[in-house]
Write a protein that binds this ligand. Structure first.
Ligand SMILES: [Zn+2]
Length: 290
């Protein structure tokens, strides 16, 4: 609570040193250790200087890469192993996001349990997005509202992303009511139609994976009765297919649906329709927001 109050008025600090980034990595891993009961070795941390042309370049986690390091005696040497990269100038949330990907790798739950590559990447991002926000690093006050307010999603608006959430929840609810079997294929079809796309992108790092990831994150949190700790634990320790089942399961639970409705109401209040932004109107037209 003290942390949250402290950051309320102060702007969140921007990362400008490797040591500063490493401090947040260790903070995130410390929280993850407490929640999951497992220890995480520090990955190699690298602050990278690059333009954020695409928003996946804000940070990255690589399972195995070589890097230069210094021995205790100051000698340069080559190391190899997991590397967590974050762009110079990012905020703590970017580090926490990559730390969740790293924890999933360390817990060996980042493997392929979902065949559809879009769904697989979207679920991986679900974990990083919702857990990093629920751990409330400096700069994050309200996990769900702040997640939907990311400036990372430059091409879309909170409202268009919220519309995708609404369509996904409605479609899962309808499928549930019809007694339809929600297998991986039908889930992917619901994701595709909720995004109003002809075809789901298959490469990692596509913005739609993050938009669906946020929505599944909301559903997972609702499935867990709004329990932040439980949701972070799930995100760090469940395989993709178990996590997807649990998130989608929210649509068949009246209690979870109530939680989702409340989050949707809070989001609508936080991001009122302005009617002034040309980008917003264009996007809303494209996505058919109503
Ligand atoms: Zn990610």
């Amino acid at each position: 609570v003290a942390e949250a109050l402290k950051t309320k008025d102060a702007p969140s600090p921007k990362l400008s040193t490797t040591e500063g980034a490493a401090k947040y990595v260790s903070g995130a891993l410390g929280q993850l250790s407490e929640i999951t009961g497992r220890r995480y070795e520090m990955p190699h941390v690298k602050l990278i200087n690059m333009k954020a042309e695409s928003w996946q370049s804000h940070g990255a986690f690589v399972c195995r890469e070589s890097y230069m390091t210094r021995s205790a005696s100051g000698e340069r040497q080559i190391g190899s192993g997991p590397v967590l990269k974050v762009r110079n100038g990012e905020e703590a949330i970017a580090v926490y996001h990559e730390a969740v990907h790293y924890a999933r790798y360390a817990n060996r739950v980042d493997g392929i349990t979902l065949e559809n590559s879009f769904t697989r990447w979207a679920v991986e991002e679900t974990c990083a997005l919702i857990a990093s926000n629920l751990m409330k690093p400096p700069g994050i006050k309200d996990p769900v509202i702040d997640m939907y307010g990311y400036e990372l999603f430059q091409a879309v608006t909170p409202r268009s992303n919220m519309a995708v959430l609404g369509r996904m929840v409605d479609a899962f609810k309808a499928a549930e009511a019809e007694g339809k079997l929600l297998d991986e294929k039908s889930i992917a079809e619901i994701l595709r139609s909720s995004l109003r796309m002809k075809k789901l992108p298959e490469e990692p790092g596509e913005s739609e994976q993050y938009i669906v990831g946020m929505a599944l994150g909301v559903m997972l949190l609702a499935s867990n009765g709004m329990d932040a700790e439980k949701t972070v634990r799930d995100a760090a320790t469940l395989t993709g297919s178990r996590l997807l089942d649990k998130a989608v399961g929210a649509a068949s639970s009246p209690k979870a649906l109530k939680h989702i409705e409340k989050m949707q109401k809070d989001l609508e209040a936080a991001y009122p329709r302005t009617g002034f932004s040309r980008v917003e109107s264009a996007i809303e037209w494209l996505f058919g927001t109503t």
